[in-house]
Design a protein around this ligand. Structure first.
Ligand code: ADP
Ligand code: MG
Length: 460
């Protein structure tokens, strides 16, 4: 087979990999791969380190094989082998057909500059993420208190501090706040903040440049190490291994570690048991979903920071409607403020609804039928199972109708879909329920208030 053809195939495979896995993953893991040769239907690809090989084989091996056989029907296997790029070019042997001909495209020659020794290993801190602009409420008070404690004490209080919670609830904000606080109090203490992804990337790069000693040294001299979004390490065995060692050696030396994740240590998927238990053996603090009061407080604080006047009604409306997380809430407020400033008018409820109509619809859709069933069952004090059961007694049938009605009002589900979620009922049953509840709301004001209350509770 012709070398240029093989090379072109390899370039297409690379292009595909880049498209499928994204630029960041490509750069970290796939760019270092070089094609050595193709022999008897067997492709040989070189990677500079064993770590990288294991990684690529586990995470991308199947895809690489599939893409190759799509490109070239004669290929029946792909070998990924370790060959440091610092030595002679890989695969340049007497009978090898590919690598050593005509100037190779850039893709085949991975540039190999050593890592700059002075390079900062951490990520920069966001100057907006401070303790004094973190709004504290019931859902985050524990995490906040724990973070403050760590920031204020000179000795290690609990190791690690493990913060977890859903996306956009302030984990990164708290970690940066700790880092700022420590740096200001004692500039000599070295605090390093980085994402778990960056940690992996750094580590792999150090391996590639055979520079792992320096890598470890850098972490060894750290007083406080913060690793954000550690769930990304899940399933990645060799990084876990390295992480585990770095972690242990820092703990042994009495250094403070702060970790964040989207789940508790015991729920982290693909984590090795010993790492999981190690992560959970300090203080585990969770940040709960925001409450209405906290959202209101955050809107007030942000409006004040921006120096704009947000009417109470608008703030309440936003706090009711944008319930997903703080990031979205902030985004919504920014949009409303920017719009008012652009058109030179005051912020009103009407303008807010107009500016945010797409976002509001998306948020409405997030209420699930399961949530509605749960809330309604609680409210009427019946068993959740009765939402699905065939019982027709009034005390369960009415709440069930209410739940169907709310499902119709608050979600974008169709009548048949709703019927299915209520023990496989027919769509006409749902239709009947909706009619019945509407009728009752018109005639019974207590009932009407009840439903309104439920609706608001579900939307908050
Ligand atoms: P996470 O890391 O948990 O995904 P972030 O820390 O990035 O969330 O927070 C998302 C955004 O919401 C940030 O702009 C942050 O400043 C803001 N934020 C989150 N919680 C609060 C809070 N309690 N008070 C003020 N701002 C907050
Ligand atoms: Mg974050």
């Amino acid at each position: 087979m012709n070398d240029d053809a093989v090379r072109a195939q390899w370039n297409r495979v690379r292009g595909r990999l880049r498209d499928e896995f994204g630029e960041a993953a490509f750069k970290s893991w796939l760019n270092p791969l070089t094609l050595a040769d193709v022999h008897n239907g067997q492709v040989r690809i070189c990677v500079p380190t064993r770590f990288l090989r294991d990684w690529v084989v586990t995470h991308y091996g199947d895809r690489i094989r599939a893409l190759w056989s799509k490109e070239n029907g004669t290929i029946n296997g792909v070998d990924i082998v370790v060959l440091p790029t610092t030595g002679p070019r890989p695969g340049v042997t007497a009978n090898e057909p590919v690598a050593n001909k005509s100037p190779a495209p850039a893709a085949l020659v991975a540039p190999c500059e050593p890592a700059a020794a002075s390079e900062e290993i951490g990520a920069p801190l966001d100057p907006r993420y401070r303790f004094d602009n973190f709004v504290v409420g019931k859902p985050n008070e524990f995490a906040y208190a724990a973070a403050r404690r760590v920031a204020e004490s000179d000795t290690v209080s609990f190791n690690p501090l493990f913060l977890y919670g859903g996306v956009g609830l302030g984990k990164t904000h708290l970690m940066h706040a700790v880092a700022w606080h420590i740096r200001e109090r004692n500039p000599r203490r070295s605090v390093i903040y980085l994402s778990a992804e960056k940690f992996m990337y750094r580590f792999v790069r150090a391996l590639r440049f055979q520079d792992t000693m320096a890598f470890k040294e850098q972490f060894r001299s750290v007083d406080v190490l913060m690793i954000d979004d550690v769930q990304f390490i899940g399933g990645k065995d060799s990084t876990q291994e390295e992480f585990f060692h770095t972690f242990n050696s820092l703990v042994d030396q009495g250094r403070q570690i702060i970790i964040s994740a989207d789940k508790s240590p015991s729920d982290l998927q693909g984590m090795e048991e010993r790492l999981r238990s190690r992560l959970g053996c300090g203080l585990v603090a969770d940040i709960h979903a925001t409450s209405y009061e906290l959202r209101l407080g955050i809107i007030g604080a942000k409006a004040e920071q921006m120096g704009v006047d947000v009417p109470r009604k608008v703030a309440e409306f936003l706090a009711h409607k944008i319930t997903s997380n703080v990031r979205e809430l902030e985004g919504a407020l920014n949009r409303v403020v920017a719009h008012a400033q652009l058109v030179g008018r005051d912020i009103t409820l009407e303008s807010t609804q107009e500016v945010l109509h797409d976002l509001l619809r998306a948020n409405d859709r997030r209420i699930t039928i399961e949530e509605i069933q749960k809330r309604v069952a609680e409210h009427f004090n019946i068993r959740l199972a009765d939402m699905h059961s065939a019982r027709r007694a009034r005390q369960v049938a009415r709440p069930r109708q209410v739940a169907m009605y709310l499902a119709k009002q608050l979600t974008s589900r169709s009548l048949p879909e709703i019927g299915r979620k209520f023990g496989g009922r027919d769509h006409t049953t749902v239709m009947h329920a909706v009619k019945k509840v509407e009728e009752l709301r018109g005639t019974d004001s207590t009932f009407d208030e009840d439903i309104e209350l439920l609706r608001r509770m579900l939307e908050s």
